[in-house]
Ligand binder design. Structure first.
Ligand SMILES: [Zn+2]
Length: 288
């Protein structure tokens, strides 16, 4: 994980967003030992630099070393965060930062800046975990490794540069899945208000309510009942589905399904959407 030679002045001033990942040496937020960035322009990662960093104290918790493989020896002669900051700042100032579990990385950034008495930049931020949960509802796991696997992206997890790159790729796939023209439009579609960092403070990201719309004979509010949400989650695990978009019908796990009716026992007993009806609805709306 050697620092890529990145000539910042060669990067366009305008970018879609910058993915950020920190690794830390121990439980202290400020114990940064690696930083990865992925700078995205026009839907492509155009730079993916990473740095090894000497934390303020050379104290490495063995549990953390096990996760990222970085040891005190590897960073003893590396710059501290405050020395790297002049190089990092142009990547982040005035931009949209994204991270997986963004509150962690944003807190690390803010606390490290505060530790060294460095003024905070102005930047917006978003979280690919929240984006993924809303883009692909009902998946079992939303960790970075699980998302990478699901999207067929090979990477070495907990390498800061690779994590930042995967984070960027997940965000770009969410844009494509939702047909969002840009990253701002994706947030509108998903009802996420980006967080903000500014010199005197920090506003957290806000997640607006998500409910399925009314469809077939069903009112929208039915879908937010907890027992219905469970069926929506199970719907995403179904693999045996043949869908006919023209007639909005399907054969799912062997049952004949329409948006209003299913042949399964769950539907016959409750007369509320079963997992097969949700599966049909999700399949018909894919990519919208
Ligand atoms: Zn059913």
């Amino acid at each position: 994980m050697t620092p890529d030679a990145v000539n910042f002045s060669a990067l366009p001033q305008e970018c879609d967003f910058v993915a950020l990942d920190f690794e830390t040496a121990n439980r202290e937020w400020t114990s940064i030992c690696a930083i990865g960035l992925a700078f995205v322009v026009g839907g492509q990662v155009v730079a993916n630099p990473s740095w090894l960093v000497r934390p303020p104290q050379l104290v490495f918790d063995p549990g953390f070393v096990k996760i990222h493989g970085i040891t005190a020896d590897q960073v003893a002669d590396k710059p501290e965060f405050c020395e790297l900051w002049p190089e990092l700042r142009p990547y982040l100032e005035g931009r949209i930062i994204i991270a997986h579990n963004a509150e962690f990385d944003v807190n690390v950034l803010i606390q490290a800046l505060d530790l060294y008495n460095i003024p905070r930049p102005s930047a917006e931020y978003s979280c690919t975990k929240v984006i993924a949960q809303r883009t692909w509802p009902g998946w079992k796991r939303y960790g970075l490794a699980a998302l990478a696997e699901r999207h067929g992206i090979l990477f070495r997890h907990h390498d800061a540069g690779e994590d930042a790159n995967v984070c960027a790729q997940v965000a770009l796939r969410a844009c494509r899945e939702k047909g969002a023209a840009d990253f701002g439009a994706l947030h509108e579609t998903l009802n996420i208000t980006r967080g903000r960092i500014y010199p005197d403070g920090h506003d957290k990201l806000r997640e607006g309510a998500v409910t399925l719309p009314a469809f077939g004979p069903w009112e929208g509010r039915i879908h937010s009942r907890p027992e219905q949400v469970k069926r929506q989650q199970r719907a995403n695990e179904i693999e045996d589905a043949t869908i006919d978009p023209a007639s909005a019908t399907g054969v799912i796990n062997g049952y004949a399904v329409t948006l209003a009716d299913c042949a399964c026992a769950d539907f016959k007993g409750r007369k509320l959407p079963c997992k097969h009806i949700y599966k049909l609805f999700f399949e018909l709306n894919k990519g919208r």
